[in-house]
Design a binder for this molecule. Structure first.
Ligand SMILES: NC(=O)c1ccc[n+]([C@@H]2O[C@H](COP(=O)([O-])OP(=O)(O)OC[C@H]3O[C@@H](n4cnc5c(N)ncnc54)[C@H](OP(=O)(O)O)[C@@H]3O)[C@@H](O)[C@H]2O)c1
Length: 446
């Protein structure tokens, strides 16, 4: 007991007091507890406290409260190098360095995140193909699209437009011949790898396209049979004979498109867009007569010894076969967009306001034509906007009035009020007709 009391007394005389007594001693220091601090004329002073015995030092250091308690003594004049005024709040100020370290760490972390998104932005670039997280929906990785008939007029516009927006589209053009490929590469500046040659109506069309389509997000079908003069004059109309020397509609617009739809399905392409034509609700539309030839053949009837002449027609029927392919797509389960343009014009796009409708009703109005470039723009927009999915609609344009035209293509669809072309109208060749056409086609190539 006696030893404990001695220690207490010694530590009190040497400066630090026991924690419980700190407040009392601070507020009323006595002569006996204060170290001797002689004032100097210059304002400086020296601490002349008596040296503390070793035992007392040990005692003070072992007591944390004692260690934190500042030494007692009169405060030196403010502004001197020995001004220890803040010492009264020393314990509080002890957290200061910790706060500085925490703030510095936070600052470095925030700066790192900002730099990550502005300079390096690897996570967003990896996921969205852009450094700008706010524009990730519009500036996402380019949409990989295959455009067939890219060597044709409308398909060519689609391909060119997509090439011109590399942040949005990564197009691959499909053409039928090497000559078309050379011409397309030269005309568009596309690389050789951006154009592929496939005869889509040929025997390997489906297999070849399936292997190409893997990983693509959309297929835009721009192929079509092309009506051309075949030489000679029609004896009835006295007009040049027209036909499909590069492939009948049955082959190109039905079998060729069916191969493309099958390939898209096999490759897992989620969206197929077809550029087709208005007029399909009218089975006797003039376009169906192009390339249609009257034939006759001798056949034996019930009276086998008597031959009779059977008359029939082959070829043509372009709108029938297009419509059959469209219905095939609608029933395929793949998301689709089918555009039926009116008469196509080789004029600049973006100058006419566009109109949409269904079931050829627009043909009753004054506006029945549309520039190919405008059709191409709608085909492209249909890849971009989900509102175009699972719709089949007609498309024409008003005459160029010089006024600024609307470019909100999703808004354009509002006038459809949810309607889509009705495939119960018009003619879709049935299975028997298909066989007849196929046989006729076969006969023509013999
Ligand atoms: N003309 C009009 O007024 C009008 C009106 C309404 C709708 N449409 C329709 O609109 C669409 C676009 O017409 P467009 O005149 O712009 O087209 P287009 O210039 O005739 O282009 C058709 C493309 O299909 C390609 N093609 C044909 N058979 C192929 C095959 N077996 N394999 C691969 N490619 C093949 C052609 O290639 P090649 O060049 O190698 O032959 C050609 O590039 C067509 O469906 C058309 O029927 C036209």
């Amino acid at each position: 007991m006696g030893k404990k009391k001695d220690k207490k007394g010694e530590s009190a005389t040497s400066g630090p007091a026991e924690g419980n007594d700190v407040e009392a001693q601070d507020s009323s220091p006595t002569e006996s507890t204060l170290p001797q601090v002689p004032a100097t004329g210059s304002g400086s002073f020296e601490v002349t406290a008596e040296p503390t015995p070793p035992e007392s030092i040990h005692s003070a250091r072992s007591d944390p409260k004692t260690i934190r308690t500042p030494p007692r003594g009169p405060r030196p004049p403010r502004g001197t190098s020995h001004d220890r005024t803040p010492r009264s709040s020393w314990e509080h100020r002890g957290r200061g360095p910790l706060k500085v370290i925490v703030a510095a760490v936070l600052l470095v972390a925030v700066a790192g995140i900002v730099m990550e998104f502005t300079m390096f932005c690897s996570p967003y670039r990896a996921i969205y193909g852009t450094c700008d997280p706010l524009r990730k929906t519009t500036m996402a990785r380019p949409i990989e699209v295959v455009v067939t008939g890219a060597g044709g007029k409308t398909g060519g516009h689609v391909f060119r437009k997509m090439l011109a927006s590399p942040e949005t589209f990564a197009p691959l053009g499909i053409v039928r011949t090497y000559a078309s490929k050379v011409a397309l590469v030269a005309a568009t500046g596309a690389s050789n790898s951006q154009v592929t040659v496939i005869d889509l109506a040929g025997p390997y069309g489906r297999t070849a396209l399936t292997s190409v389509l893997a990983g693509y997000k959309a297929l835009v079908i721009g192929t079509s049979a092309k009506v051309k003069p075949t030489g000679g004059t029609d004896p009835v109309t006295k007009r040049p004979m027209l036909g499909f020397p590069d492939g009948q509609p049955y082959m190109v617009d039905w079998l060729g498109q069916r191969q493309q739809i099958d390939a898209a399905k096999a490759a897992g392409v989620p969206h197929v867009v077809i550029c087709s034509s208005m007029g399909g609700t009218n089975a006797t539309h003039m376009l169906n007569s192009f390339g249609r030839e009257a034939r006759s053949m001798k056949s034996r009837g019930m009276l086998w010894w008597k031959k009779r002449s059977v008359k029939y027609s082959v070829g043509g029927g372009i709108l029938w076969w297009k419509r059959k392919a469209e219905k095939y797509l609608v029933d395929s389960g793949i998301d689709y967009t089918i555009v039926h343009p009116g008469g196509l014009l080789d004029e600049s796009g973006g100058r006419r306001s566009l109109l949409v409708g269904v079931d050829d009703k627009l043909m009753e109005g004054p506006a029945r034509t549309i520039p190919r470039e405008d059709v191409a723009e709608i085909l492209l927009q249909s890849v971009l906007h989900k509102e175009f999915r699972n719709l089949s609609f007609d498309l024409v344009s008003r005459p160029d009035s010089g006024a600024k035209v609307a470019t909100d293509y999703v808004e354009l669809l509002q006038s459809l009020q949810g309607a889509s072309n009705d495939y119960s109208l018009g003619v879709i060749p049935d299975h028997d007709a298909e066989i007849v056409e196929a046989e006729a086609e076969y006969a023509t190539v013999q």
